[in-house]
Every structure is written in C-alpha cells, then in structure tokens.
Write a protein that binds this ligand. Structure first.
Ligand SMILES: Nc1ncnc2c1ncn2[C@@H]1O[C@H](COP(=O)(O)OP(=O)(O)O)[C@@H](O)[C@H]1O
Ligand SMILES: [Mg+2]
Length: 156
C-alpha cells in the first residue's frame, strides 16, 4: 500500500496505524525501514515505540546498534544497521535472540538477506515537502496486515 505523509505528524500517525494493525503480542515481528537519510525512518520508529506506551526518550541506536524497550505488548528493539559491514556482524549484535520482541530495523540492506526473515518492508521517499510511504508485506501475516491497513486507510 502507499500512503501520502504530508508532514511529520502524518508519519507519526501512520506509525500508530501500523502498530494498531499488529497483533497484541508483538514478539517475533520484524519491520524493515528503508529510505535515505532524513526520510523519516527514525521518526516512524520513535512514534511506534511511543504509541506502544513507552514514555521517555527514544535515542538513536546509531552507535549502540540496538535500543531495547519494554512495553505492555512485549519488547521492541530499535535497531540501526548503518554501521555494520555485513551480515556476519549481526551475530555480534545478537540478532537471533532479539526475536522475543518486535524488531524495527533501519538500514536493513546493510545485512543482505533480512528480507526473508521480515514481516513488513516500509520505504519512505522524499516527495514535494512530504514523504511517500510504501508498505509491503513480506511474510503471510505481514501481507494480511497490509491488506487490512489498505482497506481501512488507503489514500485518505
Ligand atoms: N512526512 C514527513 N514530511 C516532511 N518531513 C518529515 C516527515 N516525516 C518526518 N519528517 C522530518 O524529516 C526528518 C526525518 O528524520 P529521521 O526520522 O531522523 O530520518 P531517518 O531516520 O530516515 O534518517 C525529521 O526532521 C522529521 O521531522
Ligand atoms: Mg535514522
């Protein structure tokens, strides 16, 4: 599905909609966040974490690689792979152990092959003064989620 995000508030609202469409237990969900610098990947992740009930700062994981959050619906891991060189380095980060929560992954293309393990792929692009969001389901449950979102909110 595509969504037009006119401003930052629209990106924040969109993150809330995606969270609302996810199951009560967020464990095991992986959302890939694509887009160039400043496209809004962190804005989306921060908004989703806050919408899930986290009340506090959401620092960038650029240097720590992973920032964990505990929310009512489980754990959320905000992950930034910008600084990793290849997929091997995912092991140092403990990638597989992070499947007890929802993984929000910025710069997923730094680790080739994450697509087969992910549920959703969000790509944000600059367009005029806003952003164009393209949300794609990768897993079966991801595809179902996108269908539900699409019928509820398409281009409104
Ligand atoms: N839909 C939007 N339209 C215009 N500006 C936006 C939109 N969504 C977010 N922004 C702004 O764009 C910037 C995105 O920064 P950030 O989320 O850190 O990007 P990234 O993590 O992709 O590098 C922020 O300044 C934010 O306020
Ligand atoms: Mg970012």
């Amino acid at each position: 599905m595509n969504a037009w995000l006119a401003d930052e508030a629209a990106t924040i609202a969109f993150a809330g909609r995606v969270l609302d469409a996810m199951p009560g237990d967020l464990a095991g969900w992986t959302v890939l966040l694509n887009g160039e610098l400043g496209a809004g990947k962190s804005t989306f992740a921060r908004a989703l974490i806050k919408a899930a009930g986290h009340d506090g700062p959401v620092p960038s994981p650029t240097y720590t690689l992973v920032e964990p959050y505990a929310v009512a619906r489980g754990k959320i891991y905000h992950i930034d792979l910008y600084r990793i060189a290849d997929r091997e380095e995912l092991r140092y980060l403990g990638w597989t152990e992070l499947d007890d929560g929802c993984r929000l992954v910025e710069w997923p293309d730094r680790a080739a092959g994450l697509m087969d393990q992910a549920d959703l792929d969000l790509t944000l692009k600059y367009e005029d003064d806003g952003r164009r969001a393209a949300l794609r389901g990768l897993s079966d449950r991801g595809k179902q989620l996108v269908e539900v979102l699409d019928s509820a909110y398409s281009e409104d």
